[in-house]
Design a protein around this ligand. Structure first.
Ligand SMILES: NC(=O)c1ccc[n+]([C@@H]2O[C@H](COP(=O)([O-])OP(=O)(O)OC[C@H]3O[C@@H](n4cnc5c(N)ncnc54)[C@H](OP(=O)(O)O)[C@@H]3O)[C@@H](O)[C@H]2O)c1
Length: 297
């Protein structure tokens, strides 16, 4: 496994485990503990959460395993996110809340649910047109000084949103967690990855397999993509086309950190295996061309 230095004192594993789909995995606490141990043994030490996952229930389920096996906490880094408020009995619409009280309150809840006294990295889940960066800065500073949050970042931010917030913060922003896969290249083209290079930060990548659509989608684009992934799989000697899709991400100079969304150890190990492959410039553009359906200009 490779480890990536995010900031002073914070390293993430190059492959991160994401918990958005934890309920789909249908694991008992003991089964989840076993899965966590297997991932840790593979070197996947960074765990990606959000307060809202599983309709606000996933952090607590995950915490049940840490309460049963507190020794696992020191072997991992925990990321969580806040800011999205789902429509509910107490919220008339879905909205974003980046008030200081809300940020501080959600962090307290995450700490309690997960049975830990610190979070390694807190991300703002989505940019908000109503965010006051001075308020966010004050919340981050207080959380940092109290030792409850070690580092900070954002998710789904465009370059101007990232730059604006950064200009108010006294703590560094260590990542922007974004969607990227051969089936969704938007962030390759809108300046987000370039900004990561400019800022010398490493993007975390969500839905690196397009949520599984790489294997299942029946569109012309997805079929062309699978044929190309298969051609490259044979060239590099990978076991499965998902390894080629991960290699396509790993090969990018911004050093992206993909988050695997699978609860099966065999599938979660595929990106780890893919770390050994480096695509050539030509192979990288074969995938680009298959998806775009035309050659580069
Ligand atoms: N910041 C954000 O806004 C945001 C948004 C979405 C997600 N995320 C984070 O990103 C993580 C990953 O996202 P994701 O779950 O969409 O990732 P993904 O890896 O693109 O998709 C996971 C899905 O693909 C399937 N899959 C994985 N490997 C496979 C393989 N080799 N063959 C066939 N199917 C395979 C999985 O099936 P199985 O379930 O059968 O294993 C699962 O249903 C989430 O858990 C969450 O932590 C963040």
């Amino acid at each position: 496994m490779e480890y990536v230095k995010m900031t002073e004192g914070i390293e993430f594993s190059r492959v991160v485990l994401g918990f958005w789909r934890l309920h789909d995995w249908k694991l008992s606490t003991d089964q989840l503990i076993r899965f966590l141990e297997e991932c840790l043994d593979l070197g996947i030490t960074t765990m990606d959460h959000a307060d809202i996952y599983g309709d606000y229930t996933v952090e607590e389920l995950f915490g049940d395993s840490l309460r049963k096996r507190p020794d696992l906490r020191s072997r991992m880094q925990i990321i969580t996110k806040c800011g999205i408020v789902y429509k509910s009995e107490t919220a008339r619409v879905k909205y974003y809340n980046y008030s200081k009280d809300y940020i501080m309150g959600q962090v307290e809840k995450s700490l309690n649910y997960m049975g830990t006294d610190y979070i390694d990295c807190l991300l703002l889940h989505r940019p908000s047109p109503f965010m006051d960066p001075e308020v966010v800065s004050a919340a981050f500073e207080q959380l940092h000084q109290s030792g409850k949050v070690k580092s900070f970042g954002v998710s789904n931010f465009l370059p101007n949103e990232f730059r604006m917030l950064k200009s108010y913060l006294k703590v560094p922003m260590v990542t922007n967690q974004i969607e990227l896969s051969p089936l969704n290249m938007t962030n390759l083209e809108n300046g987000v990855l370039n900004q990561c290079l400019e800022e010398r930060i490493h993007p975390m990548i969500w839905s690196p397999l397009a949520g599984g659509r790489i294997f299942t989608e029946q569109s012309e684009v997805a079929i062309r993509l699978r044929e190309t992934l298969e051609e490259i799989r044979q060239e590099i000697g990978a076991e499965d086309i998902d390894e080629v899709a991960f290699a396509w991400l790993f090969s990018h100079p911004a050093k992206p950190i993909p988050i695997t969304g699978s609860g099966e150890i065999e599938l979660a190990s595929r990106p780890v295996k893919a770390l050994k492959y480096k695509l050539t410039q030509e192979q990288w553009f074969m995938i680009w061309t298959a998806v775009k359906g035309h050659k580069v200009p």
